[in-house]
Design a protein around this ligand. Structure first.
Ligand SMILES: *Cc1c(COP(=O)(O)O)cnc(C)c1O
Length: 380
């Protein structure tokens, strides 16, 4: 784990060898967030024994992965979903967090964890960690968990660190998660979770019946990872991670990440040039979110309404998803239907991107023809 920690440029505070913080492989990012929430809850309750469980609140945003709501569901706690705006590229801003904290304080609610995201699922949005850090300074009991399930492995390349606010994350995040089993070349499962203070994990999760006692455990000379997650047993996944990192090497891993980002830039450039497609948000690392949005054929042609465009894009996505030579996913960003293309495999090459561009161009034309046909029929 320490090697992976260094590869991503995480603070030495998170190293297992620090003796204070540390990391452990979990099943999934959902498990990692749940574990962070359990640790945060337990810490909050120890510091505020007078607070009723029913007043605790988990903070997420509208762009947080479903793991936020699930953590609330599993723990029986309420979840407050903070709004993010298209003009901020769906990033959580400090003022939104501040307003929610002020409001909840008046209501007697106790937010104890914020699940922030670096690289949201829908659009690759990166929450504004520097602004969040300023707010959290005055709310030290708010645990900040950074979910970077997809994007975290891009931190291996120094050029991606600033955009992902790595320095800030290193200064103040309580926990951080990324999935090597997504963009990081490791087969499922290998979700890496790091915490700044491992004691918060073990204080929350240590249950040691007599049959689990060992002399090494009692002496504190070994790390008992069973207290760093929910189960007792653990799969031996570190070897899998080790093999990938050993066979690619740090430079090989970085050049793979760089290649996928360059391929995505190639795709984004195609979208920008296209007469039929447009970007919905700026491309994020290896992800492009776009939609069918035809340029007007003449200056006096009326633009399509949001609703019509959404319908056109449903039709467009319907066509794409029946094909067996491309797999794209759809999403909705503040009411706008969009399509996602993510590059994330070692064997993807430029020819595949070109093929995707040709195919989308053709499908876009066919979709528009079909759409014009139906609107023509409707108007008769
Ligand atoms: C994929 C993803 C998740 C969920 O990951 P699991 O490991 O399947 O739980 C969570 N957050 C983000 C940002 C993701 O991209």
């Amino acid at each position: 784990m320490d090697w992976a920690c260094r590869l991503l440029g995480l603070s030495p505070d998170f190293l297992n060898s620090s003796g204070v913080g540390g990391g452990a492989i979990q099943n999934t990012a959902s498990d990692s967030a749940l574990i962070a929430a359990v640790a945060a809850r337990s810490l909050y309750q120890r510091d505020h024994p007078e607070v009723a469980l029913g007043d605790l609140v988990i903070y997420t945003t509208t762009q947080t992965h479903s793991l936020g709501l699930k953590a609330g569901l599993v723990l029986g706690l309420s979840v407050r979903v903070l709004e993010v705006k298209a003009e901020d590229d769906f990033s959580l801003r400090g003022e939104t967090l501040q307003a929610a904290l002020d409001e909840d304080e008046k209501l007697g609610k106790k937010p104890f964890i914020l699940i922030a995201t670096v690289g949201t699922t829908s659009s690759g949005a990166i929450d504004n960690l520097p602004e969040i850090q300023q707010i959290v300074k005055n709310h030290p009991s708010l645990w900040v968990h950074v979910d970077a399930a997809w994007a975290g492995v891009a931190l291996s390349c120094p050029e991606n660190r600033q955009g992902c606010h790595l320095d800030t994350l290193n200064e103040f995040a309580n926990s951080f998660c990324t999935n090597f089993h997504k963009w990081g070349l490791v087969n499922f499962d290998a979700s890496t979770l790091w915490v700044r203070d491992r004691k918060h994990l073990t204080d929350a999760l240590d249950v040691t019946p007599p049959f689990l006692r060992t002399k090494h455990g009692d002496a504190g000379t070994v790390i008992d990872y069973r207290n760093w997650h929910l189960a007792l047993g653990r799969r031996f996944r570190s070897l899998k991670l080790w093999f990938v990192l050993r066979s690619f090497g740090a430079e090989g891993f970085r050049s793979y990440i760089r290649k996928t980002i360059a391929l995505n830039q190639e795709f984004a450039a195609f979208v920008e040039k296209s007469d039929y497609l447009s970007l919905v948000t700026p491309p994020s690392l290896a992800l492009t979110v776009f939609r069918l949005d035809p340029k007007p054929k003449s200056p006096d042609q009326p633009a399509l309404s949001t609703e019509s465009l959404n319908n056109v894009n449903r039709l467009f996505y319907g066509r794409i998803s029946t094909r067996d030579d491309i797999l794209l996913t759809q999403t909705v960003l503040n009411g706008v239907h969009c399509i996602r293309l993510a590059v994330g495999a070692a064997r993807t090459e430029s020819v595949h991107i070109q093929k995707a561009c040709d195919l989308l161009h053709k499908e876009a034309q066919l979709t528009l023809e079909a759409w014009e046909q139906t609107t023509l029929e409707e108007s008769h």
